[in-house]
Design a protein around this ligand. Structure first.
Ligand code: HEM
Length: 164
């Protein structure tokens, strides 16, 4: 179904409007401390006309044929649009991590970097992140790099999702 810009979209959110809706697809994961893995994921961005989007995502580990193995990471938050092209992201993870991000959006591309990461006393140590979201031929491609468990900033996830 083609994406139609909502009539009540806040103008500050124009550069990220293409993200609105539900996306599903597959990704790959890696990190020096881990075995490579594959996953399925669903991302949902919604809005109510105010200058922010609500965001939630859930992932599940898959086998080589794409079959469900087990539930994996969940994250939820708010993508705020203080002015066109400028975003702030507040993100909470089921793994006990909470982050503040700043980013820039332009022509189907959104790039974000953490300004701060907090974690509970039982969570793994994550100290920084970098995310890139791009609209490529109508699909959502993203890459997530993290600095965690003593390793420097490097790829943990990349995925290609289709509009559901
Ligand atoms: C699509 C979402 C994600 C998937 C499918 C995923 C998958 C995995 C898997 C399979 C592992 C190995 C341990 C395990 O089996 O649980 C892992 C470890 C880890 N992930 Fe992720 N992850 C995701 C998102 C994230 C995010 C958003 C963060 C940071 C906020 C993160 C941080 C970590 C850390 C710190 C480890 C532990 C590394 C270690 O102890 O060596 N992951 N992840």
């Amino acid at each position: 179904m083609p994406f139609e810009l909502p009539q009540n979209l806040h103008p500050n959110c124009g550069p990220v409007a293409w993200l609105l809706g539900t996306w599903r697809g597959n990704g790959h994961g890696d990190y020096p401390t881990l075995e490579k893995f594959q996953y399925g994921q669903e991302l949902i961005f919604t809005h109510d006309g105010r200058p922010f989007f609500h965001y939630m995502a859930r992932a599940w580990i898959t086998d080589a044929d794409g079959g469900f193995v087990r539930d994996a990471a969940m994250e939820a938050g708010f993508l705020r649009c203080p002015e066109p092209g400028k975003v702030e992201l507040l993100l909470s993870h089921n793994t006990g991590i909470s982050e503040i991000w700043y980013g820039a959006a332009d022509a189907g591309k959104l790039e974000l970097h953490t300004a701060g990461v907090s974690f509970t006393e039982t969570a793994k140590e994550v100290t920084a992140g970098s995310r890139m979201y791009g609209n490529v031929d109508g699909d959502l491609l993203y890459a997530y790099d993290m600095a965690a468990v003593g390793q420097e900033l490097q790829p943990h996830l990349w995925a290609r999702l289709q509009r559901a």
